[in-house]
Design a binder for this molecule. Structure first.
Ligand code: SF4
Length: 331
């Protein structure tokens, strides 16, 4: 039983223009001690997957219409979709935590860093105030914040963006959660801080054996940390498998297009020119017929415009790769 498993998760949003399907039958597993990256352009539905599992979909517009999100809670399986708000509140922090791209989403601007960290530790770990403060100092030290004791008494706005991100990570890691959702945790940061934060997540994974679902549009991040990767397009997973296999031998035209659009430091000059993906991702309110990628796909055939590709599995030495494409592409 994996630590976390999505089973055909489907999420709809009610909008003024109608109901849009943001996530369409997504299945995905995260094992303990594993980093799984969910990649795709913005609007592909990847953030919605994590918000749905955390019970944090915007209300009343967002709704899980079918599927399940199973969490292995020390041998007991809990479906996070069916769990009520009280059960989710009990799991959040202790078992589940989420890191957002914008730290101010989860930091309270009116409370000091120390007060916010202590609150988490007192609430979920039952620590007394002095012990919570000592552990907060330790957590800030672990995430690389210099002079952590003095930072405890500062408000978030006094810290740099990188520091705020580290404070949010410290809060997320405070109760040593078993499963961590990290939504673009390094996108707004410079490359040095980005590298430090990725290293921190890998260290936590190694130390606690937690599973991490890392949501990113950055294939450089995926190449650095992912054990497995799932590529999303228009609400569906179009390719998923072991990260090395998917990155080295992409089989889906969209994965290949994403990889071709990323600069490579090891590519010889002019040998591998960058190729932008033509067009733009479709609106979920007006998805193309057949394969949603067909208007942008160089390999599209007549059947791609008519029939949605079903998922098929391709065995590889590193493990199965799941694909949704009509065309047999040789990696
Ligand atoms: Fe391209 Fe057709 Fe495959 Fe879709 S199904 S990715 S349009 S080849």
């Amino acid at each position: 039983m994996p630590l976390f498993a999505l089973e055909a998760l489907t999420v709809d949003f009610r909008t003024d223009d109608g109901v849009l399907r943001a996530v369409d039958g997504v299945s995905l597993a995260v094992e303990a001690g594993e980093i799984v990256c969910l990649v795709g352009e913005s609007g592909s539905g990847k953030s919605t997957v994590a918000l749905a599992a955390m019970g944090l979909l915007p209300q009343p517009a967002g709704r899980v219409t079918s599927g399940a999100a199973w969490l292995d809670d020390d041998g007991a399986r809990t479906d996070l979709v069916q769990a009520g708000e009280r059960a989710l509140a009990r799991l959040r922090g202790r078992r589940l935590a989420m890191i957002f791209q914008d730290p101010m989403t989860s930091l309270n601007p009116y409370l000091t860093v120390g007060a916010q960290l202590s609150e988490v530790l007192e609430l979920h770990e039952g620590l007394a105030h002095a012990a919570a403060r000592a552990r907060s100092t330790e957590l800030l030290r672990q995430v690389g914040i210099p002079a952590p004791e003095s930072r405890l008494d500062e408000h978030p706005h006094r810290l740099s963006g990188g520091m705020r991100q580290r404070v949010m990570i410290a809060m997320a890691l405070a109760c040593r959660p078993k499963l961590l959702f990290a939504d673009e945790p390094t996108t707004a940061l410079d490359v040095t801080v980005q590298a430090q934060i990725l290293e921190l997540l890998c260290r936590e994974r190694d130390a606690v054996g937690c599973g991490i679902l890392l949501i990113t549009h950055d294939l450089g991040v995926v190449a650095r940390v992912a054990d497995r990767v799932a590529v999303m397009y228009a609400g569906r997973i179009v390719e998923a498998g072991p990260a090395r296999e998917v990155l080295r031998r992409p089989r889906h035209p969209y994965t290949l297009a994403l990889l071709r659009a990323v600069p490579r430091v090891d590519a010889e000059a002019d040998a591998e020119a960058l190729v932008a993906i033509p067009g733009a991702p479709p609106s979920p309110l007006a998805l193309p017929t057949g394969c949603a990628f067909h208007p942008r796909c160089a390999l599209a055939e007549a059947r791609c415009r008519e029939t949605r590709p079903e998922e098929r599995r391709t065995p590889t030495a590193a493990g199965d790769v799941r694909l949704r494409c009509h065309v047999e592409t040789s990696p």
